[in-house]
Ligand binder design. Structure first.
Ligand code: GLN
Ligand code: ZN
Length: 743
């Protein structure tokens, strides 16, 4: 009989219980015992849910106090020296110092770097590798959790990141491969410990098999798995891949000495048939057919038709699963009380995905093979790309820029900010009251006007050149637009972990998108009415709105993107007509949507960049379009960024001076239009010194021509307080003035 299992389950709890106790523990409000108890309860409930749904085994090791990659770093002793102090007394606090630089006990220290997990919005903590690293196995947490699951009557399947993926994720060495000989004994030891506990299957995650891997990395797989597979004769290894087709690595995956392979059939349905052949007479084929990254109910009929012949061929060697760990899906639709039934019926969160697996299993057992031809919706982005052929503005930057200079009369090194100003407790409180109907819409609007007035007044005093209204009306840069546009649905409890205790609640694109009325014009024009300085209009770009939402599955992403672009284009033209002559369209998520395989980049950029340009292709030459991205390392996507053709781009760079400078030094004039490399880090509460800013600006001016250089912080200021913002911006404005006089 066909079996069911999952690669992992969300660990935040159905009601974000983990977040609440984590934060309380960090604040020192609760003792460690209480935190541990909530974690244990979440694991218990997760395993129970899997067992209730009839899964053959439960995933163990997918729980983490902060991040699963960090769990592995602690398990293998990949812990920088700066974290050594106090570790013996309190291991969990050491863990939190690695994760976030501080814990209730011990001294603050610089945390590990954090970066995105493949193409998801989940962030992992980067393993710090060095040549002299000595790995040391400390698997106690995993063994304890395995025993815990077993004592609750479950068959435990430990979930472990494979050695090659683990090293690939690390930083600090040209190639992490050099550490393999030292790391593998830890894996061997770990597997034999798990075998001793009576574990039958271990899942080893190697998602890097879905990337364009360098030859040395591909070549390493065989010998690595030869070495670790023979450790315990009874133990079976399931090699898990996800997020991407395996292509040239498909054969390789099935040729390794493992007992089964998991493939992501949502991202690569075309590989299913070959995979079934490659499974041959002995291997288990785990098929990830339920989408672990979206909220829609699966088309079980379709999968039943597709899988029926495979079920006959493979019998109990066919396993059904979600495409990837359910970490990337919300937890439980039961607790989603704010959506109407017609909408809820179309959705499946993690809990419901478990049930879908059970249903599919039953259907495969019961029904005879249906001979219905598969009329799939042909998902294509070609038509969108075709619509976007001609989305360039009429004049090129070189013609626009003198017209804009003439209109705006800005000084050299103009100063500006990225959009948001501090969201104070007062403002949050007023918004809460408005949402709970405790104050009227009129009162709410009046309060927002007061916030805007205050923001303008402060910017004038500081002497900034291009002002912003401050985004007081926005709780979140995607949610705000999602709420104004038709076609989006906002969930009450669709939380997904982003990192540590942070969760996001992406809106769902439920239908075609359109703009019933102007979304930001009122606020921007009000701000402009208060000052003679230019006020920059502020929009979130189409690609970012798309990438930070749950997309539809019945049409291609590019089509929704174009619909959003159409709505934003109307907004841009309305802003322009209302006298807002500088408009910023933020695209911090452009890079995040880049496909994992290079062969798909061209297609993605064709529609994504095309949609961005489409939002502003009709504006007059004198209207200045800005964009903003929260990263500086855009070497790999430089061409795409140039093709956005924004007049000004502001980027992050304060934390990575040298990287930015080297990108520019390599390709002087690499960005042909104007650029504002953020000159200080807004993520830190520290106020930058004027002298330090002057030095940094001068250094930047050596590689970026001053006529095209802007001065700004590296991101929005909404998470800071006014005291920090006031002093920092004052120093920034004074630094710009000081450098101007020397030019
Ligand atoms: N305009 C937005 C803000 O200032 C940009 C946020 C972002 O880049 N993530 O808040
Ligand atoms: Zn930013």
């Amino acid at each position: 009989m066909v079996q069911t299992h999952i690669l992992g389950y969300p660990r935040i709890g159905a009601d974000r219980e983990l977040k609440k106790v984590q934060e309380a523990y960090w604040r020192g409000d609760i003792p460690q015992q209480e935190l541990l108890a909530v974690g244990a309860e979440i694991r218990r409930a997760n395993w129970q849910a899997q067992s209730d749904a009839g899964l053959a085994c439960v995933a163990v090791g997918d729980f983490a106090w902060y991040d699963q990659v960090l769990n592995h770093s602690l398990m293998f002793g990949v812990v920088g020296e700066r974290f050594a102090e106090g570790a013996a007394d309190n291991k969990l606090d050491q863990y939190f110092r690695l994760a976030r630089g501080r814990a209730p006990s011990g001294q603050p220290v610089a945390a590990c770097a954090m970066t995105k997990w493949f193409d998801t919005n989940y962030h992992y903590l980067v393993p710090e590798l060095s040549s002299d690293l000595e790995f040391l196995l400390d698997s106690e947490w995993l063994l304890t959790e395995v025993r815990e699951a077993q004592s609750q009557g479950h068959k435990a399947k430990p979930v472990v990141i494979g050695p090659l993926t683990y090293l690939w994720l690390g930083r600090g060495l040209d190639s992490g491969l050099e550490l393999l000989p030292k790391l593998l004994p830890c894996y061997a030891e770990l597997l034999s410990q798990l075998a001793e506990l009576g574990v039958d299957w271990v899942q080893l995650d190697e998602p890097i098999l879905g990337l364009d891997l360098p030859d040395e990395w591909r070549g390493a797989f065989d010998s690595v798995y030869q070495k670790i597979s023979g450790v315990a004769a009874e133990l079976k290894l399931l090699l898990a891949t996800y997020f991407s087709p395996l292509r040239e690595n498909l054969q390789l995956a099935f040729s390794l000495p493992v007992s089964g392979v998991h493939i992501d059939c949502v991202r690569a349905p075309e590989e299913l048939e070959t995979a079934a052949q490659l499974a041959g007479e002995h291997l288990v084929l785990s098929t990830g057919v339920i989408n672990g990254r979206n909220v829609w109910r699966a088309d079980l009929e379709k999968w039943q038709r597709t899988l029926k012949p495979l079920a006959e061929q493979l019998g109990d060697r066919l396993w059904l699963s979600a495409s990837c760990s359910l970490l990337h899906s919300p937890v439980d639709l039961e607790s989603e009380v704010s959506l109407p039934k017609e909408q809820r019926q179309k959705l499946a969160y993690s809990r419901e995905k478990l049930q879908e697996l059970g249903r599919l299993q039953q259907q495969l057992e019961a029904a005879a093979a249906a001979i219905v031809s598969d009329e799939e919706i042909l998902q294509t982005s070609r038509s969108v790309a075709a619509c976007l052929q001609d989305t360039w503005r009429e004049q090129r930057y070189l013609e626009r820029s003198p017209v804009q200079a003439q209109r705006w009369q800005l000084p050299l090194l103009p100063t500006t900010t990225i959009g948001s100003f501090p969201q104070t407790d007062l403002l949050r409180g007023v918004r809460r009251k408005y949402r709970n109907n405790e104050i009227t819409e009129k009162d709410y609007r009046e309060h927002l006007r007061a916030e805007i007035g205050e923001a303008i007044r402060r910017q004038e005093i500081l002497g900034l050149d291009v002002l912003v209204h401050g985004e007081a009306e926005r709780n979140d840069m995607v949610e705000y637009f999602g709420e104004q546009l038709d076609g989006f649905v906002h969930t009450g409890n669709g939380w997904v972990q982003s990192y540590g205790s942070r969760c996001v609640k992406p809106p769902i694109i439920f239908a075609d998108i359109s703009r019933p009325k102007a979304m930001t014009v009122e606020w921007s024009s009000y701000a402009q009415s208060l000052t003679s300085k230019p006020v920059k209009g502020m929009l979130t770009g189409p690609v970012t709105i798309l990438n930070w939402s749950f997309p539809r599955e019945d049409i291609h992403r590019s089509e929704s993107c174009l619909q959003i672009a159409e709505a934003l284009r109307e907004e841009v033209l309305d802003l322009e007509a209302a006298g807002i002559g500088i408009i910023q369209i933020d695209e911090p998520a452009l890079r995040e949507g880049v496909p994992l395989r290079e062969s798909e980049h061209e297609d993605y950029f064709a529609w994504a960049v095309g949609c961005f340009r489409y939002t502003c292709s009709e504006v007059k030459a004198e209207t200045q379009i800005h964009t903003h991205m929260c990263y500086s390392n855009f070497n790999a996507i430089m061409d795409a960024i140039v093709s956005l053709d924004a007049d000004v781009i502001t980027i992050e760079s304060a934390r990575s001076d040298l990287r930015l400078l080297s990108a520019f030094a390599k390709k002087v004039g690499g960005y042909p239009n104007e650029i504002g490399p953020g000159i200080y880090d807004i993520h830190s509460p520290n106020v930058p010194e004027r002298g330090e800013l002057v030095e940094r600006l001068k250094k930047i001016a050596e590689v970026v021509p001053v006529e095209r250089l802007w001065v700004n912080p590296d991101c929005g200021l909404k998470t800071r307080n006014w005291a920090e913002v006031g002093s920092s911006l004052l120093n920034m404005v004074e630094a710009a003035r000081a450098v101007r006089t020397e030019l």
